[in-house]
Design a protein around this ligand. Structure first.
Ligand code: CS2
Ligand code: MG
Length: 402
């Protein structure tokens, strides 16, 4: 069996996605996600112009050798564009391999280690009341875990909160929006949210929060300490992680569990965080983390250090990534939790899938492969629209982390 054809599709069913389709000489098809929010065309070109000519003719069963070939063979290693492209190839090959063996992908990753994949979804509101009502909605739907993000008095907008109570989608057509930020206002307000949520819902629901890279380590230590009475499942992206030692500072001040890694693309972004047990959950995923092949190894390294997985699963990772992640999640021993943001109806139509939500858990399907398809004809109706994530400035105009 050989890879005979490789095609890249860029479409915008609700938002932009980049999809790789590999077809073998005996007609088997594998799909990979190559979406990088705000830089989609860079990945499409990296694939089409540089990687895919080298994939034609390769044996799709050779996932390890192919991954090493496209990683080491490029000479220029790592980075979100490179690793997202590599992930698309890797996932498409795993999809083909599982289909060729007529088995769900999880059976090639160790088989089921649990009956379901616990997920969390996103509740947000412009004020504390609206946010608490949004959390209530997810709990009523059976979610065992909910992420809560709320507007901050005195700020016109903030991360994770939609302006019109629809699902939060940060990437907008046109040039980047400019948002305004105040760490002080934010840090005073967030503990009030979780005090209210615990008073209303008790301590049964898992509650999560995303600080979205906006604090310094000592500010994150302060916020983590202020949140301790509310027993968060995790405080995510408390500070940017280029300096991994910064998490050691946070760790000295709080026992609130820490999660980081959705922007990581290799183990070198987190090996100290894991080795020193400076984090509790690793947010890397099978898309921006380079595929199933590296994520199995990184998860095993994390497992040795009491670190669990907490895969990124925002709407800017396509259903192909969600489907593949669920196969990975149900098999990996040190699974923690899976993010699951609801896709737009148009996205669901373009990417038919067999995974399902039930009682707070997601379940990968039983069809061969990762269980997610791609409707090329329908996708063609949604042409790419350039979109950017916002940028963020402090009250004095300093460009800060969005
Ligand atoms: C967020 C993401 O889901 C999350 O935890 O951090 O939605 C992130 O903002 C987007 O993936 C950026 O494209
Ligand atoms: Mg996040």
């Amino acid at each position: 069996m050989k890879v005979a054809e490789a095609q890249v599709f860029v479409c915008c069913p609700g938002r932009n996605f980049v999809t790789l389709k590999l077809t073998t000489d005996d007609g088997l098809v594998g799909y990979g996600d190559a979406t990088l929010n705000g830089r989609e065309l860079a990945v499409a070109s990296y694939l089409s112009d540089h990687v895919l000519p080298c994939i034609i003719g390769r044996d799709p069963f050779q996932t390890e050798d192919t991954w090493q070939y496209v990683y080491r063979g490029a000479y220029w290693r790592k980075g979100p564009v490179t690793m997202t492209a590599i992930a698309a190839v890797d996932v498409a090959l795993w999809d083909i391999k599982a289909k060729a063996l007529n088995t769900p992908l999880y059976n090639l990753l160790g088989g089921k280690s649990r009956h379901g994949v616990m997920v969390y979804s996103h509740a947000n509101g412009r004020d504390l009341e609206e946010t608490a009502d949004a959390v209530a909605k997810y709990i009523e739907q059976g979610y065992l875990a909910v992420r809560a993000q709320t507007g901050v008095p005195g700020l016109p907008s903030t991360y994770g909160v939609s302006a019109d109570k629809t699902a939060y989608e940060p990437a907008k057509a046109g040039l980047p929006e400019e948002h305004v930020w105040s760490t002080e206002k934010y840090m005073r307000h967030v503990p009030l949210l979780f005090e209210k949520l615990r008073a209303r819902f008790g301590f049964e629901p898992h509650l999560l929060h995303d600080a979205h890279h906006r604090l310094t380590p000592i500010q994150a230590g302060r916020l983590g300490k202020d949140l301790e009475p509310y027993r968060l499942f995790w405080l995510e992206d408390p500070t940017p992680a280029e300096l991994q030692e910064g998490f050691g500072v946070i760790r000295q001040h709080t026992t609130t569990p820490l999660a980081v890694g959705e922007v990581f693309d290799s183990v070198w972004d987190c090996y100290k965080l894991i080795r020193e047990q400076w984090i509790d959950y690793l947010r890397m995923d099978v898309l921006h983390g380079g595929g199933v092949t590296p994520m199995q190894k990184i998860a095993a390294y994390a497992d040795m250090h009491h670190v669990q997985t907490g895969s990124h699963g925002a709407t800017d990772l396509s259903p192909i990534t969600m489907g593949t992640a669920l196969h990975f999640d149900i098999a990996v021993h040190n699974f923690g939790i899976q993010e699951y943001m609801h896709f737009a109806p148009a996205t669901e139509e373009v990417f038919p899938h067999d995974y399902r939500f039930e009682g707070g858990y997601m379940h990968p399907g039983e069809s061969a492969g990762h269980g997610v398809g791609f409707n090329e004809k329908l996708a063609a109706r949604y042409p790419y629209q350039r979109a950017y994530l916002p940028v963020n400035r402090k009250l004095d105009g300093t460009l800060w982390n969005w």
